[in-house]
Design a protein around this ligand. Sequence first.
Ligand SMILES: CC(C)(COP(=O)(O)OP(=O)(O)OC[C@H]1O[C@@H](n2cnc3c(N)ncnc32)[C@H](O)[C@@H]1OP(=O)(O)O)[C@@H](O)C(=O)NCCC(=O)NCCS
Length: 177
Amino acid sequence: MDEELLKKFETVYNLNDGREVIFRPLKPKEDIEKLYQFYSTLSKEKNYLRFMSYRRVTRWIVEDWANVDYHQSMSLVAVVDTGETCIIVADSRYFVDKTTGAAETAIVVHNDWQRKGIGTNLILHTIKVAKEMGVKKLFAYVSAENKKIIRIGKVLGFSPKWYPDMGSYGGELILNP
Ligand SMILES: CC(C)(COP(=O)(O)OP(=O)(O)OC[C@H]1O[C@@H](n2cnc3c(N)ncnc32)[C@H](O)[C@@H]1OP(=O)(O)O)[C@@H](O)C(=O)NCCC(=O)NCCS
């Protein structure tokens, strides 16, 4: 079944320079090292924007993040073949609240791979996958200074929201009402 989902949710995004970026679900065991390399080499600023406070990245934490089941927890990664090896350059994920069917989502694109359309297109892919998987709503908390993701969210149809319980700004997108 997971093999089927892996195939179904794999797609290719072409960069302007012709290079291919594969968007696909994370492979829980196989991708741990790549995921660790990705998160442990993010700049402090990116780490802060992604987690809304600085998060120390350890192998143990990354093993936990890699442990996705594709149903309640999903990670869609952007993978590039450098010629020598394959590296993860972005991770977009969501986690479904079983009682509401809504999922919190978040994304981060590695510093070296920004402004190439990867963020926008990987979020689009995440929306497609979540919709097909029956997720009712995607929502995200973002820092109010994070103008870039707020702009991308608006373009992709997320309605801006203020979450008083979280004391946080964010956005939501209804997928399966
Ligand atoms: C926000 C974030 C995900 C955007 O990722 P990205 O890959 O840089 O996004 P895109 O390339 O799709 O779009 C960003 C910009 O590049 C531009 N762009 C898109 N495709 C491009 C291309 N092929 N060539 C040049 N520029 C391009 C877009 O127009 C956009 O411009 P703008 O910033 O002036 O609006 C990334 O900056 C990030 O990881 N931030 C830190 C974590 C974070 O904030 N996460 C959100 C909290 S959940």
